[in-house]
Design a protein around this ligand. Structure first.
Ligand code: 4AD
Ligand code: MG
Length: 476
């Protein structure tokens, strides 16, 4: 039986076999305590072996990290800290873990060290809790969309277009890098490449998502996305997962409502279904907070913070209004922002965090950004200067969602692609949706890892994905 099942439903007195990894072993004169975890829940089960029950050889092999199957009778625990325990009758050691070499000893390891042993870190309480919450959030996302009439659309991972127009793409090619076929002018002849053209890993499923929305009305994507931006920050991965709903007949206001309802639903799902793991992570954070300076400590504990987001309305304001707030802030007047504030700038993380964490102390939806700092597909506002964009900013995270109403007017969209230098022949199919039965529509993308960061309270994105991909790092 899995430990989760044992703790929930196994009857006292029943004969049970538990299979899992040894967390700790403690020996006294007459008895050995073996704590086992199988990853099904944060809790271990304590197996108690009276002296003489297991032979010396087996006992010696049972060390931290070893994998075992232990059979025994479930009894009420005599010790504190657990309600039931297993009175051992026999044990089998599947795999030993040499104590001299096994890196995960029963003590607190730093997150930095654990990143170096990502193949083993799921065996820690912290990472198993994060991975279970990550799973629950993924499930909640599919459930939310399914329950609300959205269809899961699988958009391609290899594409010939640059959806965000930022040029931060990983090339996909089977050409020999040492000896590629060349054109007469010396450039590489991609006509001879596998797909007969230049291709790359997708930065977003949106463009194809829009094609789906123009037929199924409500779709979402949930897949890996890749960005070769060389930003070594705690919030960027080169490979991350993105969820992108796209809805026909939605305008910006509908899109904002969807983003708020969706994020509240999935966060609430975690509150209702991951209570033990959240409680563990909350305690972990409380310990960490104690090491910080008083003014750097967060005001709310993890679960309180999640509740707060679920129970309060997000603040909505325009980019122009946000710039006004920043300009009249004390921090700006004292010259304490590193990056200058002025209408037209791309907001830096320090500006976003000021708005969310200092000024409003709530999630914020910023809309109507200058067109020059946003992607080509966003619908132009009447003033011709701003677009119907929206970014959702979360405390401690900054931007968690980017989205917009889309430009549905063929002539205006074509004009924008030309202005930003996108070749018509790479997205002719996208442009055609505006010629054949175009409709107002909107959507957004939420970075899955940023959501998991928020819910788990982890502050480095490398710690919320099993095997992170970042500049100069693709181990495991
Ligand atoms: O704001 P972005 O670039 O928007 C898009 O890609 C649109 N096509 C989405 C849409 O409208 N369908 O990215 C969306 C979100 C960001 O808000 C952020 O949460 C996350 O994706 N994100 C990253 N997460 C981790 N590492 C990175 N390098 C990320 N880049 C973006
Ligand atoms: Mg963005």
């Amino acid at each position: 039986m899995q430990i989760k099942q044992i703790l929930a439903e196994a009857a006292i007195g029943s004969e049970i076999t538990v299979k899992g990894w040894v967390r700790t072993k403690r020996e006294s004169k007459n008895v050995t305590f073996i704590n086992i975890n199988d990853g099904s829940v944060i809790h271990n089960i304590q197996a108690v072996a009276e002296a003489g029950v297991l032979n010396e050889e087996t006992l010696k092999l049972i060390t931290t990290g070893a994998c075992v199957a232990v059979t025994g009778t479930l009894i009420e625990s005599k010790g504190s800290g657990q309600s039931v325990e297993l009175q051992v009758s026999s044990a089998l050691v599947y795999g030993t873990a040499d104590p001299e070499k096994y890196p995960l000893q029963p003590k607190k390891h730093s997150l930095e060290f654990l990143r170096e042993i990502a193949h083993l870190r799921p065996r820690t309480n912290t990472f198993s809790a994060i991975l279970r919450i990550r799973h629950a959030l993924a499930y909640a996302i599919h459930k939310y969309f399914n329950d609300n009439g959205f269809f899961y659309l699988h958009t391609p991972i290899i594409t010939g277009s640059d959806a965000e127009g930022a040029g931060e793409m990983f090339r996909v090619s089977t050409l020999d890098p040492k000896n590629p076929p060349l054109n007469e002018d010396g450039s590489v002849n991609f006509k001879e490449d596998f797909f007969g053209k230049e291709t790359n890993l997708t930065v977003s499923g949106q463009l194809e998502g829009e094609l789906g929305a123009m037929a199924l009305s409500k779709i979402y994507t949930f897949g890996p996305t890749f960005r070769a931006e060389n930003s070594n920050t705690a919030r960027h991965l080169a490979e991350f997962w993105m969820i992108e709903p796209e809805v026909a007949f939605y305008e910006l206001e509908d899109n904002m409502r969807l983003a708020e309802d969706f994020t509240k639903y999935v966060i609430n799902y975690a509150l209702e279904n991951c209570a033990d793991d959240l409680a563990f992570l909350e305690n972990r954070l409380k310990d960490e907070e104690k090491t910080k300076k008083a003014d750097e400590r967060s005001e709310l504990a993890l679960i309180e913070k999640l509740r707060f987001v679920v129970d309060n309305e997000y603040v909505k304001l325009t980019y122009t209004e946000a710039i006004q707030i920043l300009l009249s802030s004390k921090r700006h007047k004292e010259g304490k922002f590193q990056y200058p504030v002025q209408w037209g700038i791309d907001l830096q993380s320090e500006h976003e965090r000021y708005l969310v964490e200092k000024h409003f102390k709530k999630p914020v939806i910023l809309t109507n950004y200058p067109k020059d700092i946003k992607a080509f597909y966003m619908k132009l506002d009447e003033d011709g200067k701003t677009v119907r964009a929206m970014d959702v900013l979360f405390p401690g995270i900054g931007e968690i969602i980017g989205g917009s109403q889309r430009e549905d007017d063929y002539a205006k969209l074509l004009q924008r692609t030309k202005e930003v230098g996108i070749h018509e022949d790479t997205i002719w199919w996208y442009l055609e949706t505006r010629q054949f039965g175009t409709a107002p529509h909107a959507g957004f993308g939420i970075g899955f890892e940023r959501l998991v960061m928020f819910v788990t309270g982890m502050t480095n994105i490398r710690d919320v994905i099993p095997f992170p991909r970042t500049p100069k790092s693709a181990e495991f």
